[in-house]
Design a protein around this ligand. Structure first.
Ligand code: NI
Length: 191
């Protein structure tokens, strides 16, 4: 497995809609290697999600990390490879959370997302699956699928005043754009 270079904001590959993965592509060694390399890249950079366009492959495939483990236990990251993913909102409710992105190293911002979504996709072997996601995993899925449409989290921010560098964010937090319950700003890994 290889660690791949992650495209940074400004690279055109991050702004074009990615192509659906054909059966032929899915079965190819190149594509299977791409998924392995994406997993290695995600681990190397301590990310929680990664989309193929971020590693210069304009294909509709992404990795979605779900943190598992009971409080007090060591957290584990379960990484799901989603090919040709589709998201369906399961609620009208939104949640506002802190996001980062491996293609925008060191930036953080507050982004509203649907609180719960259904993920329909095929796995790396072509098997269809469906997964209901809620809370942070739902955020990660929306962030990654956005990448497949050329959308970055900045585009989803209603108020750019919450944009911050990670160091400053860790020090001062970011101001929510609307009154919220006080909450401890959690430093989540960058999707
Ligand atoms: Ni991202």
């Amino acid at each position: 497995m290889s660690i791949l270079k992650v495209a940074q904001m400004g690279h055109p590959v991050l702004r074009v809609p990615a192509d659906p993965v054909s059966d032929e592509t899915l079965a190819s060694d190149d594509f299977q290697r791409l998924l392995d390399d994406m997993a290695a890249t995600l681990g190397e950079y301590d990310g929680i999600g990664l989309a193929a366009p971020q590693v210069h492959a304009p294909l509709r495939a992404c990795l979605i990390g779900i943190v598992t483990g009971e409080p007090g236990e060591a957290e584990r990251l379960r990484v799901i490879a989603a090919v040709n993913p589709k998201l369906t909102p399961l609620t009208d409710e939104t949640q506002v959370g802190v996001e980062g992105c491996l293609s925008m190293t060191d930036l953080r911002g507050l982004v509203p997302r649907r609180r719960a979504v259904r993920l329909d996709a095929i796995d790396r072997h072509g098997e269809p699956f469906s997964l209901d996601l809620e809370g942070y995993p739902a955020v990660v899925a929306q962030h990654e699928v956005d990448h497949l449409d050329g959308v970055l989290f900045l585009d989803r921010m209603p108020d750019l005043r919450s944009l911050a560098f990670a160091r400053e964010f860790a020090r001062y937090g970011v101001e929510p754009e609307e009154p919220q319950e006080p909450q401890e700003p959690a430093a989540e890994p960058a999707p």
